[in-house]
Write a protein that binds this ligand. Structure first.
Ligand SMILES: Nc1ncnc2c1ncn2[C@@H]1O[C@H](COP(=O)(O)OP(=O)(O)O)[C@@H](O)[C@H]1O
Ligand SMILES: [Mg+2]
Length: 335
């Protein structure tokens, strides 16, 4: 249990499709046990009204009573609607334990990798293109097959596949691109990489687990039903995770990385991590840590309007001194 003394009671709103979702239930329990008034609102039942002056919120047509802080747990399947609701709360000045923009950035796999890469966080080599033939030709840039093909916008199920040969890669690319989905092709970090999830709350890495595939499963299917085991973070893992959460702008983030001989490569950032499994593996009351962070944000008081856009991160390193006087001809990058 947490040792931080309970603060003044506050009104806490959790945006989640159901109070019976295990992670939501944990947040409700932790909030109530710290003396707060907690309500769970299904984001798709929240209605919004704008008229150029006000940003009103209704729940099943009844005006919502004020809240001190919102914890969004927006499911991927209702991402756009849910993030509109989160922004509507932001317009009313309500502090958020994860802004809509940070959630959106974390959910776009290319965008989050661009942000990390621009700021010196190691990631698995990744390519993106719109044509199967181009992607196939670029496979060398990510170390050759096997590679992972990932849908750009993660799905709740089956958004990632391994391709072991160029033929299977080509078939997968054509099928997915043919359906109009964007995708990335990523270096498959081999079994030597340890799959680590770090929970960062309020800028601080508070817990870490190692994820292992279930017996009888190949390692690349381990995203579903992996066994978790609490681990001690290394300094480099802690630094990578904390910097990642701060770059993406998430108050609560599960930073997923593959540790290759002491070098963490961050591959995904999650804004609504599952809590009970990680609590069971670490023996920590993570839900209470999130509620404590919500208390701090609520105590800092209301914000005015939508958060300021952050300056766009430079995606290119500072220009090097040109070696040649004449501009080189454009060519496809190698290496
Ligand atoms: N570059 C990689 N190399 C090896 N394994 C990976 C790599 N990226 C992801 N994985 C494994 O595949 C799983 C799913 O990938 P992830 O990017 O988290 O997609 P999602 O969570 O959207 O399904 C991860 O949990 C990890 O175990
Ligand atoms: Mg994942």
């Amino acid at each position: 249990m947490s040792e931080v003394p309970a603060p003044l009671p506050m009104k806490l709103t959790i945006l989640s499709r159901s109070a019976s979702i295990p992670s939501t239930r944990r947040l409700v329990e932790a909030g109530r046990s710290r003396g707060h008034q907690v309500r769970v609102l299904n984001p798709v039942r929240v209605e919004m009204h704008l008229d150029g002056q006000r940003a009103n919120l209704y729940y099943r047509r009844r005006k919502l009573s004020p809240t001190d802080v919102v914890i969004p747990r927006i499911a991927q399947s209702i991402n756009n609607y849910g993030l509109a609701v989160v922004n509507q709360f932001a317009m009313g000045g309500v502090p958020l334990v994860n802004t809509a923009r940070a959630i959106a950035e974390s959910r776009n796999k290319m965008r989050s990798l661009q942000l990390l890469s621009a700021h010196g966080i190691d990631i698995p080599a990744t390519v993106m293109a719109r044509e199967a033939a181009e992607l196939k030709a670029m496979v060398g840039l990510v170390g050759g097959v096997p590679v992972l093909v990932k849908l750009l916008q993660g799905q709740e199920k089956h958004g990632v596949m391994v391709c072991e040969s160029l033929q299977s890669l080509e078939a997968a690319l054509e099928a997915i691109l043919g359906l109009g989905h964007n995708l990335i092709v990523q270096q498959y970090v081999k079994n030597t990489g340890v799959d680590v999830r770090v929970l960062v709350v309020g800028g601080r890495a508070v817990a870490a687990v190692r994820r292992r595939p279930r017996v009888g499963r190949l390692s690349y299917t381990l995203n579903r039903g992996a066994r978790l085991e609490g681990i001690q973070l290394t300094l480099s893992q802690r630094q990578a995770a904390e910097k990642t959460a701060s770059l993406v702008g998430l108050e609560v983030a599960a930073v997923d990385l593959l540790d290759v001989q002491g070098r963490p490569k961050v591959f995904e950032v999650n804004s609504s991590p599952a809590l009970p499994e990680m609590e069971a593996a670490t023996g920590l009351d993570l839900a209470s840590l999130i509620i404590e962070r919500a208390e701090v944000l609520a105590a800092d008081g209301p914000r005015v309007g939508l958060p300021e856009p952050e300056p766009v991160a430079p995606l290119l390193p500072p220009a090097e001194k040109p070696r040649r006087k004449r501009l080189p001809r454009l060519s496809v990058g190698r290496g």
